[in-house]
Design a protein around this ligand. Structure first.
Ligand SMILES: Nc1ncnc2c1ncn2[C@@H]1O[C@H](COP(=O)(O)OP(=O)(O)OP(=O)(O)O)[C@@H](O)[C@H]1O
Ligand SMILES: O=P(O)(O)OC[C@H]1O[C@](O)(CO)[C@@H](O)[C@@H]1O
Ligand SMILES: [Mg+2]
Length: 360
């Protein structure tokens, strides 16, 4: 690769808190090498559109992006760049458009900030185009393999914890069972972390199959002990007792997880006699000001991603491991979805605290 003059940075997948802090880290560090940074709009789409949609990001421009929620570059979490259905019904592969966009902007490398889904797509795209690539993991789901923490997870856990704190008061006031449904896709990390931090009495995650009777009994035991209220946190991918995933179809046909909280509310009202209410936390978990930890991780990832490019170490993803930024081959980071491990120390903590996980 010749001398680097300009690199690109993009965000892809669902937004989360800390994306702008990561972009800022990339821009600040690139400036120290004398490189320009182009911020690509709407994931890879900014490169495939004609004219291309990208903006020059300077340290002055991004200086105050540290605390801003969402992504100022825009993002995308639906569709497929290799099979885009055009208005006339034909299917188009955007790879060549993407390559053309990279050439037009004279990019020497790209930093892609995304979750597992986006990193897979970006890896395929970059391999086909032959452009150096470094990935930064972000996602409230915390399901990217190899990293203990992805950007956005800590903020989401803080928000879910605060929601539980608030629900305790109203639950106790009305002697109700309050159910908080949280995001996380197939991983129960948000529910497990927030459930413990927020003092939930029941934590249901997709990794641990539950029995309705076990959950009801835990609530009835509390009632019998004079505690008429309970607080339950449930991950969106937890199934019904019949094993069905609960989903909702959105406009444009996308299917998204959602609704298990309502199902549990009906079942638990019947089996415990308690009034039940559901709070679906939804996109509140993704928005807002990033926590200090997310700002730290995002900044550290941004700096290291640029350093990797400077050292010519490509096709790698930066990860957070025991308070160090460590890079791993991208194939390792996208090898599997990191769900809650059966040996996770927090499962032991939850059981030790007497929290019902629905299985025993
Ligand atoms: N370059 C792209 N062009 C078109 N669609 C894309 C592109 N990159 C990603 N997508 C769409 O976005 C989805 C991204 O995957 P996913 O929704 O799992 O997000 P993610 O990157 O894992 O982040 P998160 O899980 O936090 O939302 C892909 O499945 C695909 O539908
Ligand atoms: O933004 P959308 O399309 O509603 O996607 C929601 C999904 O994205 C995430 O927020 C992040 O992957 C999931 O937790 C959730 O299932
Ligand atoms: Mg994902």
């Amino acid at each position: 690769m010749g001398e680097i003059k300009r690199i690109g940075v993009l965000t892809s997948g669902g937004d989360c808190a800390g994306l702008n802090a990561a972009i800022r880290g990339v821009v600040m560090r690139a400036a120290s090498y004398g490189w320009e940074v182009m911020g690509i709009r709407h994931g890879t789409e900014g490169l495939t559109r004609q004219p291309t949609e990208a903006l020059l990001l300077t340290p002055d421009k991004v200086e105050r992006w540290l605390t801003l929620g969402g992504t100022l570059l825009g993002t995308i979490n639906r569709g497929q760049p290799f099979q885009v259905t055009l208005p006339d019904g034909t299917v188009h592969d955007r790879t060549l458009d993407f390559a053309e966009g990279c050439r037009e902007l004279e990019l020497s490398a790209i930093v892609g900030i995304g979750g597992d889904g986006s990193l897979k797509i970006l890896h395929d795209l970059m391999t086909k185009v032959g452009l150096p690539f470094v990935g930064i993991p972000k996602t409230i789901d915390n399901d990217v393999a190899a990293t203990e923490q992805s950007i956005g997870f800590d903020t989401a856990v803080n928000i879910a914890t605060e929601a539980l704190d608030r629900l305790h008061f109203t639950a106790a006031s009305h002697d109700r069972v309050m159910i908080l449904e949280v995001m996380g896709r197939d991983a129960g990390h948000i529910a497990l972390h927030a459930g413990i931090a927020g003092g939930a009495h029941v934590i249901l995650i997709p990794e641990i199959p539950y029995k309705l009777e076990v959950v009801s009994q835990a609530i009835r035991d509390r009632q019998a002990a004079g505690k008429a209220f309970s607080v339950v946190i449930v991950s969106e991918a937890v199934c019904t007792s019949g094993g069905d995933v609960v989903t909702q179809t959105q406009a444009f046909g996308e299917c998204r997880l959602g609704g298990i909280g309502q199902y549990l509310a009906q079942e638990l009202a019947q089996s415990t006699g308690a009034e039940t209410r559901v709070t679906v936390l939804g996109h509140v978990q993704r928005g807002g000001v990033p926590s200090p930890l997310d700002r730290l991780i995002a900044s550290a990832f941004g700096v290291e991603a640029v350093d990797l490019i400077a050292r010519g170490e490509f096709d790698r993803v930066v990860t957070w491991q025991q308070r160090q930024v460590v890079s791993v081959p991208i194939l390792e980071a996208i090898s599997h979805c990191r769900i809650v491990d059966p040996g996770d120390t927090l499962l032991k903590t939850a059981r030790g605290l007497g929290i019902c996980l629905g299985d025993q």
